[in-house]
Write a protein that binds this ligand. Sequence first.
Ligand code: PRP
Ligand code: MN
Ligand code: MG
Length: 181
Amino acid sequence: AADVRDDLSEVLYTSDQIAERIAEVAAQIDEDYAGREVLLVGVLNGAVMVVADLQRAMKNHVQMDWMAVSSYGSGTQSSGVVRILKDLSSDLDGRHVIVVEDIIDTGLTLSYLMSNLASRNPASLEIMTMFRKPEASRMEVDVKYVGYDIPNKFVVGFGLDYDGRYRNLRDLAILSPHVYS
Ligand code: PRP
Ligand code: MN
Ligand code: MG
């Protein structure tokens, strides 16, 4: 039977390294938000694993909600125009919100989301991403919590997909070129 792992060329971060870093970030969030309850806003689908693991590594009370967005435009290039496919169930007014992503690549998804969410009057609004690619540094919005900065390679696993697959890998790995070329 086909094994998902046969399609990988290199593991960049193991599940243990990911868990270790999430524990550090969770402890930092617990400290930064002591006495203030956080609402984690996960961006579907990629952020599912991060949101699940991050909140279980936290000791403070925490809540979660979800958004689904889609970038207009064809091919692999994001146009920067983002459409909301599923909106939050929660009201953000007066809440301490942390938007959670699996990865920031160009930063276009988050640039749009942050201005949209900021207009809903949260008490505070920050970003946590598990991985960040180099181009994201050109982004105008501040990212408060970063798991790991990674090279500009085609990576999958821990929520990141290629054509909807590979999200279930526990490691972050480089996809072997034979899969997409
Ligand atoms: C991926 C990833 C981020 C976004 C990052 O989501 O999960 O949400 O792209 O790219 P950007 O910084 O260039 O905007 P995708 O649109 O592939 O949807 P998915 O989460 O369902 O995989
Ligand atoms: Mn995503
Ligand atoms: Mg994707």
